[in-house]
Structure formats: structure tokens, C-alpha cells
Design a protein around this ligand. Structure first.
Ligand code: GLC
Ligand code: CA
Length: 560
């Protein structure tokens, strides 16, 4: 029988944890499950409802856990199954739910399925992956992997090639094979039966590969195969099957990570009447600073484009599908550094402004660990400090291949490498930011003496307490969940302004994305009282006619 479903995920606020970097409990320099358990009160105190754990399964760690070798085991460096069960129970008794990261577009090449598949093409696992004959000596087509190099790897034993859209150690599963789908659904049921509350699904819109895999126009050395694999022919069919077999049996929450989706695609994946997923992550707003080398660029995100993308998603999904709201995660640089201003004078204001701008929109907020403190890019200067496979491979390919000079590449990394968000959570101003008593697997960002939890939790002017107030306003005002959305002054180059409306009133959000004062057209924003302002809080604020640098203000005007 199908479970009773409530839309609790529409009211939820999600806190994302990157376990390796959150809290080390045993001094080996690697964050772990017991570390997370020890910080549950901190997380609960922020006012969130759900924790999304990046992968914690057994893994050779080629891509920090996104290469799984056993879906039913905990990575030994992170703890044991007993530790996980304790974390789950402790979270539940604080009213916190847990989302697991479901990585089933690919497995590790060390997964037993792949080991059998490569050895024995005609055996039961032979068809679990995407094998193709080469073209002569070369790969089946010109597709490049997201992590540099060809998307195909030759198996020395049989001479066949397997597809890996990510690293060579992340072979793509063949979802055409019903046995593969059954395995995945079993794994999901196994975790849901254990009591987890849902899944964040890694690159879930890449699971259906096209039958024909033609060459693509070259962008550098390779063609972009993602264009064929994203939203592939049977993506919706597979998700509906997953929903029918598994998700509909549980009152759980799902969010799909979906590169290359448009608003129209999102209505299909996350439409209220579609029986697929609850929501997806769009990449439209995170890709606006890309350049000729993709993400490796020093461009700033242009505000007019950001406004138009985010408001298009707001109005495009309203009443039909559900949004997820995020600035950053473990794959993105820090939000303050990317979208606003991380100079000491402005970074706390920027962090609060960004939260105001995004989390008063319609959708489920995702807060990436440390963003509630206003953490900024680590901006490492030396290649040796980087750990991320995408970063290191890009250096080898682009610098090694003579496309980019080392010094410029290091500037790109300081701006956009994924490691900027993977440095240790900044708990206090002691060694390694209080993350570990040992040597951390990746160095802490240099900002921890100034930016850390210990100095913020009790400080009413902190980013942390601002987040608390913001989330409290969300909980108390249904308009944030249900109200309509309208972008105001769409052409303004420095101001992001919008209003939400419902029968209870009108909420106006004004955000200055620049370091200059912005004069406001008098009277344009109604009579609302200031519910939240990043320059100070309390009742004494009068609306004034200019917004200060990076000022954010939310004006609440209840219906008389
Ligand atoms: C997703 C993950 C990213 C990972 C990739 C391959 O984009 O968020 O961290 O490297 O998928 O699994
Ligand atoms: Ca540890």
C-alpha cells in the first residue's frame, strides 16, 4: 500500500554536509559520522529540518565518495554502520531528517558488479555497464569526460571500451538493463527501511543514454557527450518506475541533481502531477560566469542575467512544480566569493544579503555547511594544496597541454575550484579551525580566525543569527512558501528586487548587489515594515530612500 504523503518537504530547510570536512572526532584528519553526531545541536539551532549527507558509502575515494564500491556499507574512514544508526536516531530525536546521496548514474570501477562485468562480458553482470567496441584503436566516439580526457576507457582484457562521463574510476551504469534498475531500487528500499528520509540523486538526469552516440562538435580536444545523455530518451520512464516501485511506498523527499535542465524540463521531473521527483537542482544560475573554457574563468556573474534566470524559475514553476534554492554546494565555490564580495569589510553583509535574496523565494532552501557563517573561498595559491580530481585533472590537461599558463590556471582555481568549498568547517579560531586534532586531509581556509562558529553563535549581529531570524520568518509566514513572485525593476543593474503576494499580504525583498549606495525610487515598494535588514535588526528601523552597500531589506506588509 502506498504511504500517506504530506508535502513536508515544501516547508523544509535543508543543511548540506560534506562529511569529510565537517568534524573529525578521532584525530585522523578526516571528518566522520561521530563528528556530525556531536554537532547536531548546532545544526538544529540554526533552524533547519533536514540534513543532506554527501556520500558516506564504501568507496576508493577517487571522487571523494561519488565512486561507490558498496552501497550497503559505510566508508571505513567515516565510521561504522552502528555510528550511522546512532547518527540517524540522534537526528530524528531532534526533529532532523536525513537525506542520503544516491549516486547511481555510475559506480566505482572497484564495485563487484564492474569487476565481473569487465571480466565476463557474457556473464550476469556483462550488461550492467555501457560497453562499446572502439573505432580502430580509438574510442567509440569523441566525447570528453567532465573530469578531462576521453569519456571512454579501454579494457585491456577484452579491448572493449566503457563509458565514464566522470572519472575513469566511475563507469556509467546501463539503466536499459532491468536488472540494474532492480538493484538500484533494492538499495533505495534498503536505506528507506533503515529509516532515512529521502535522497539527493546525483546527476540523475544522465541515467538514460541515447542509443546512438554520435561525435559532437569539438570544444577543445573533445565533444560534449553530456548534451546527449542529459534528459536522455528514457529518463522520465525510469524515474516513474522508481517512483512506483520505491518512492511512492514511503513518505520521503527527493531532489534530483540535473545538469542542463530548463524550466520546461523541470516541470517534467518535478511537476506536482508527474510522480517522478519532488524537486531538482537547476544549474542555470551557477553557470552564468562560465567562459570559453567552461567553468575555468574569472568572469563575474552578471546581475541582470542572474535576476532573469532566477525569476524565470520562480514564475515558471509556480503552481506546477517545486523549486530548490541554492547558491552553493560541494561542487561550487563559496557563494559570498562567487556572487557577492568577500573582502573583509563586506563579506558578512554579502552573506546575509545573499541569504535574503534567495531564501525568500518559493522553494526549499539548501544551506551548504559554513554558508551560515559566511565562509569564503580558501583560494589556495599552491597546486599542492588542492585535492579535487576535477581540479587536478584540469591542470594536467590544460596547463600540461599548453592551453593555459600555470599562473592563470591557479587564478581560476582560487576562484572556482570545488576545493574552495571543501575545506574544513570553521568551528573556532584554534588550529585547523577546530575541525581536527590531527592533520586535516585538506588545509583550512585562511579566514578561520575571523570567520568561525564559536564567535557567531552567541553574537546577535552574526551571519549565523541572521540566518536564524530569516528561517524563523519563513516558518511563521506562509507567504514565503505559497505566495506569487514578481521581479521588480528588472532592468536595474545593481538592485535585485522582487515581491511576493498572497491573501495575507505583500513581502518585498530589496538587495543591493554592489558596493555603492543605490537610491530607491520613493514610494515604489509600498508601506511594509522592515522585517529583516542586514544592517541591523529590531523595530527601530525606518525605511530610508537609499540602500547601503550590499544592503538587504525585507519589507512585510500584512493585509489590513
Ligand atoms: C555530481 C556530484 C559531484 C560528483 C559528480 C560525479 O555532480 O555533486 O561532486 O563529482 O556528480 O558523481
Ligand atoms: Ca576522523
Amino acid at each position: 500500500m502506498a504511504a500517506q504523503h504530506t508535502d513536508w518537504w515544501k516547508d523544509a530547510v535543508v543543511y548540506q554536509i560534506y562529511p569529510r570536512s565537517f568534524q573529525d572526532s578521532n584525530g585522523d584528519g578526516i571528518g566522520d559520522l561521530n563528528g556530525i553526531t556531536s554537532r547536531l545541536d548546532y545544526i538544529r539551532g540554526l533552524g533547519v529540518d533536514v540534513i543532506w549527507l554527501c556520500p558516506i558509502y564504501a568507496s576508493p575515494n577517487d571522487d571523494n565518495g561519488y565512486d561507490i564500491s558498496n552501497y550497503r556499507a559505510i566508508h571505513a574512514e567515516l565510521g561504522t554502520m552502528a555510528d550511522f544508526e546512532r547518527l540517524l536516531a540522534e537526528a530524528h530525536c531532534r526533529g532532523l531528517r536525513i537525506l542520503m546521496d544516491l549516486v547511481v548514474n555510475h559506480t566505482s570501477d572497484e564495485h563487484p558488479w564492474f569487476q565481473s562485468s569487465r571480466k565476463d562480458p557474457s556473464g550476469p553482470y556483462g550488461d550492467y555497464y555501457i560497453w562499446r567496441p572502439g573505432r580502430g584503436e580509438g574510442p567509440p566516439n569523441n566525447w570528453g569526460s567532465v573530469f578531462s580526457g576521453s569519456a571512454w576507457e579501454k579494457d585491456p582484457g577484452t579491448g572493449r571500451f566503457y563509458l565514464h562521463l566522470f572519472s575513469t574510476k566511475q563507469p556509467d551504469l546501463n539503466w536499459e538493463n532491468p536488472a540494474v534498475r532492480r538493484e538500484v531500487f533494492d538499495i533505495m528500499g534498503w536505506w528507506l527501511d533503515k529509516g532515512v528520509d529521502g535522497f539527493r540523486m546525483d546527476v540523475i538526469n544522465l541515467i538514460s543514454k541515447p542509443e546512438h552516440m554520435p561525435d559532437e562538435p569539438l570544444a577543445g580536444e573533445y565533444g560534449n557527450g553530456l548534451l546527449h545523455c542529459a534528459n536522455g530518451p528514457k529518463a522520465h520512464e525510469y524515474l516513474r518506475e522508481m517512483n512506483e516501485r520505491v518512492l511512492s511506498q514511503y513518505d520521503c523527499m527527493t531532489v534530483g541533481e540535473t545538469p542542463c535542465v530548463t524550466v520546461e524540463d523541470a516541470r517534467l521531473y518535478a511537476g506536482f502531477d508527474r510522480n517522478e521527483l519532488n524537486m531538482v537542482f537547476t544549474f542555470e544560475h551557477t553557470g552564468l560566469a562560465d567562459g570559453p573554457l567552461g567553468k575555468w574563468s574569472l568572469n563575474k556573474t552578471p546581475l541582470p542575467a542572474l535576476k532573469s534566470v532566477l525569476s524565470h524559475w520562480q514564475t515558471g514553476l509556480h503552481g506546477q512544480a517545486w523549486n530548490s534554492l541554492y547558491w552553493g554546494n560541494h561542487d561550487q565555490p563559496r557563494a559570498v566569493s562567487k556572487f557577492a564580495d568577500d573582502r573583509p569589510k563586506y563579506r558578512a553583509l554579502s552573506a546575509k544579503m545573499l541569504a535574503t535574496c534567495l531564501y525568500f523565494m518559493q522553494g526549499t532552501p539548501y544551506i551548504y555547511q559554513g554558508d551560515e557563517l559566511g565562509m569564503i573561498n580558501a583560494g589556495f595559491k599552491k597546486l599542492e594544496d588542492y585535492r579535487d580530481i576535477e581540479t587536478l585533472n584540469a591542470h594536467r590537461e590544460l596547463v600540461g597541454g599548453g592551453v593555459v599558463k600555470h599562473r592563470l590556471m591557479m587564478k581560476y582555481f582560487a576562484r572556482v575550484s570545488r576545493d574552495n568549498a571543501r575545506t574544513p568547517m570553521q568551528w573556532d579560531n584554534t588550529a585547523h579551525a577546530g575541525f581536527t586534532m590531527g592533520e586535516p586531509w585538506i588545509q583550512a581556509g585562511g579566514s578561520y580566525p575571523q570567520i568561525n562558529a564559536a564567535s557567531q553563535v552567541e553574537d546577535e549581529n552574526s551571519v549565523y543569527q541572521y540566518y536564524q531570524r530569516l528561517l524563523q520568518f519563513r516558518r511563521e509566514h506562509g507567504i514565503v512558501r505559497d505566495g506569487s513572485f514578481e521581479l521588480l525593476l528588472p532592468e536595474h543593474p545593481g538592485l535585485f528586487a522582487y515581491q511576493r503576494r498572497d491573501p495575507s499580504g505583500r513581502l518585498v525583498v530589496l538587495c543591493n548587489f554592489t558596493a555603492k549606495r543605490i537610491r530607491l525610487p520613493l514610494g515604489a515598494f509600498g508601506e511594509g515594515r522592515v522585517a529583516l535588514c542586514n544592517y541591523g535588526h529590531g523595530g527601530g528601523l525606518k525605511p530610508c530612500e537609499a540602500l547601503r552597500p550590499y544592503e538587504a531589506r525585507a519589507l512585510w506588509e500584512p493585509t489590513a
